[in-house]
Design a protein around this ligand. Sequence first.
Ligand SMILES: Nc1ncnc2c1ncn2[C@@H]1O[C@H](COP(=O)(O)OP(=O)(O)OP(=O)(O)O)[C@@H](O)[C@H]1O
Ligand SMILES: C[C@@](O)(CCO)CC(=O)[O-]
Ligand SMILES: [Mg+2]
Length: 328
Amino acid sequence: MTVSSAPGKVYLFGEHAVVYGEPAVPCAIEVRARVGVKRRDDSKLRVHAEDLSLDGFTVEYGGGADERPDVNASESLLMAATQYVDSAIEQVREVTGEEDVGFDVTIESNIPLGAGLGSSAAVVVAAIDAGTRALGTTLEPVELAERAYRTEHEVQDGQASRADTFCSATGGAVRVEGDDCRSIDAPDLPLVIGFDGGAGETGELVSGVRTLREEYEFAADTVEAIGDIVRNGEDALADGDVAELGRLMNFNHGLLSALGVSSRSLETMVWAARDAGADGAKLTGAGGGGCIVALDPTEETETALSFTPGCEDAFRAELAEEGVRRIE
Ligand SMILES: Nc1ncnc2c1ncn2[C@@H]1O[C@H](COP(=O)(O)OP(=O)(O)OP(=O)(O)O)[C@@H](O)[C@H]1O
Ligand SMILES: C[C@@](O)(CCO)CC(=O)[O-]
Ligand SMILES: [Mg+2]
């Protein structure tokens, strides 16, 4: 068994706008997806996922062109659950030239699905890393990030940025603008996460913003304004100015909300954090439900969130300095 893990992330600034070439600053956090792979002696894939919200399940498929996966779940659930893994293994086949290789894949993840903490990127990065290593190829983090990006791009119908996958592969705080991806210095930030127990559909949310942007010039301007916030945020990060970072996060949230990717529970959590004295709070990731990220060095925000109806979990997140981790 070859095992790799990769971290999830929060966006300090710039989700959605990054898809249209604006800069973004995501930051890897210590919640991880761990993927183990073992080469099979046929070309099938057998995926065992422990922590999916659709209860753990095992599925075995491949081998024949139209072979239906052998699992007791509806096709749409199955698609949602397996398409990233499938496409990651395709990348492994392409990198190694072993077109017909099959694997037993085991996924264990502490990252809630579809909640804005980058579960898809973490699973894909860990799966490609473990898969290639199992076949004797070790990818550099930048190449790994590129391969993982291609996976997200394909699964999300051509609508993905390099931000999530680069951040998950390299760890730390990163700045992504188009295909320019780099690591940046970040102070130790007092990150608090609130999770509403729900999820948003990344592909649909990205499409929604795309449509608005095409339809209204002011929506296109809103996307550009998010880019301006990110550039200001970079200065605040360099200065270690948490108060300014918070103000800019609040502004960024307002614009995301205007673009239609917030939700009632995300708003409730953002306001609970602000009322508790957080320096700033915003949704993170694609939105529609899932997580907010707040800045607060005190215990107040975490405590307030834990008593907020609609907030299912509140926790402090540590920056993950390490990206992909090679475990066995
Ligand atoms: N533990 C897991 N096991 C198998 N597949 C997973 C697991 N975690 C995530 N995935 C895959 O990732 C998909 C969720 O990705 P999606 O991009 O919608 O959300 P996210 O990455 O968690 O949030 P965001 O992109 O907003 O940060 C799932 O439908 C599934 O295909
Ligand atoms: C919404 C989005 O910006 C972030 C999802 O975590 C999509 C992407 O960058 O691929
Ligand atoms: Mg994702």
